[in-house]
Write a protein that binds this ligand. Structure first.
Ligand code: GLC
Length: 395
């Protein structure tokens, strides 16, 4: 991939994932239709109860901005088959049911207005289609009709809403890229949206990897983005799903950045379109941390040094130590070949005493308790870009 096409994505580091659909009404997660064996006809009735009276996409965008997020991805259609957008190949859509609105159009317009990068999630699989369950081998005719529906919908979301920055496929299982005719589909997508980034879930690697509910860095040079939920289990709104702490969410973001990757943090709005209060609270808390420490995240790179107190990120001649485990007055960073010019707490600018012994840098005179409850960042300015020294016992 051209480095240029992915640059904004690498620099952004932090995005918002939004899982919203009919399942939000039931409040038992986005897999409720499958997990509770709800018959297609019965589930379809939910469309008459989906009235997103509090949906205000400008407000969604402002929450994302306030949190320091630089892009947003919405589920245009999840596995249950309900499209939030207008489609000529489906009646099971928001505009053609109680909502009476093209929610994807409104969402994308709000992002465009605010200069927010925007992408759509699209599930290849659709539980309502018998052909999906039978598969291309058992039901070649049904499968080709199903594929026509899927390909048409992907073309619709890539044609009808202006610029789209990301296409976030999901649900290719258990079939192959050949079964989905993914290369043909992605070629059409790239024709419609030449700068788009496509994830790795159409059975093809395409532009970026998507570790889910865990963080695993891809090899250097490859874009990646971990997607994580704010609650423990589900992506769609789920009552009683325990909330992860703000501290944990910030540490996810930092861990991703330290491995040259992004965090796509999920919110599951309620059926009426409002964000749960706990989500708003976390977004604001993350946002105030980002205001003081965002420099260590946006556009950051891997750092070749190591420390026992937390991960490091790097940018230009600076490295940033993220102290997840506050050790008290003194911290050691090792593997440093550079000379150190100065070090200071990023949020306050307070200087820290620096000394060096071999490849080890000691930062001394720190406050005995962590100044930041989530992650205190210590900026270290070097004589040039960081150069690492591997650990080795001489002898
Ligand atoms: C999974 C789940 C789904 C969720 C997605 C997000 O594939 O099926 O519910 O949308 O991952 O990564």
């Amino acid at each position: 991939m051209g480095v240029e096409r992915g640059k904004w994505f690498r620099d952004a580091r932090f995005g918002m994932f939004i899982h919203w659909g009919l399942y939000s009404i039931l409040g038992r997660g986005e897999w409720v239709m499958y997990l509770e064996h709800i018959p297609v006809e019965e589930y379809a009735k939910l469309a008459e109860r989906f009235r997103p009276v509090r949906f205000d996409p400008d407000e969604w965008v402002s929450y994302a901005k306030e949190a320091g997020m630089r892009y947003m991805i919405l589920t245009s259609r999840h596995h249950d088959g309900f499209s939030l957008f207008d489609s000529k190949v489906s009646h099971f859509t928001a505009p053609k049911s109680a909502a009476g609105r093209d929610l994807v159009a409104e969402f994308i317009d709000a992002c465009h207005r605010a200069g927010m990068r925007v992408g759509l999630y699209y599930s290849l699989l659709d539980w309502r289609w018998p052909a999906y369950w039978k598969g291309p081998k058992k039901d070649p005719e049904g499968w080709s009709k199903f594929l026509e529906y899927v390909h048409t919908q992907v073309e619709e979301i890539c044609s009808n809403y202006g610029r789209l920055d990301v296409l976030w496929y999901d649900g290719a299982w258990p079939y192959t890229a050949e079964d989905w005719r993914s290369s043909e589909l992605n070629a059409k997508v790239r024709k419609l949206q030449p700068d788009i980034l496509i994830n790795n879930r159409s059975g093809l690697p395409e532009d970026f990897d998507t570790p889910e509910q865990h963080i695993r860095a891809s090899p250097s040079g490859r874009l990646w983005e971990a997607c994580m939920t704010m609650t423990e289990y589900f992506w769609g709104y789920c009552k009683g799903d325990p909330w992860r702490s703000t501290r944990r969410l910030i540490q996810y973001l930092v861990t991703c950045a330290s491995g040259d990757g992004n965090l796509l943090l999920n919110v599951g709005p309620k059926a009426d379109g409002s964000f749960p209060a706990m989500a708003v609270r976390r977004l604001k808390e993350i946002g105030s941390w980002m205001k003081a420490n965002g420099e260590s995240i946006y556009g950051s790179e891997r750092c070749p040094f190591s420390s026992a107190v937390g991960p490091l990120t790097a940018k230009g001649n600076k490295v940033y130590l993220h102290v997840f485990r506050w050790p008290g007055r003194e911290v050691c960073v090792s593997g440093v070949s550079n000379d150190v010019k100065e070090a200071y707490l990023l949020a306050s600018g307070d200087y820290v005493r620096v000394s060096k012994k071999g490849d080890r840098v000691f930062l001394r005179g720190l406050p005995s308790r962590p100044p930041d409850p989530y992650d205190t960042v210590i900026a270290i300015e070097l004589d040039g870009p960081p150069v690492g020294v591997p650990y080795k016992v001489e002898g």
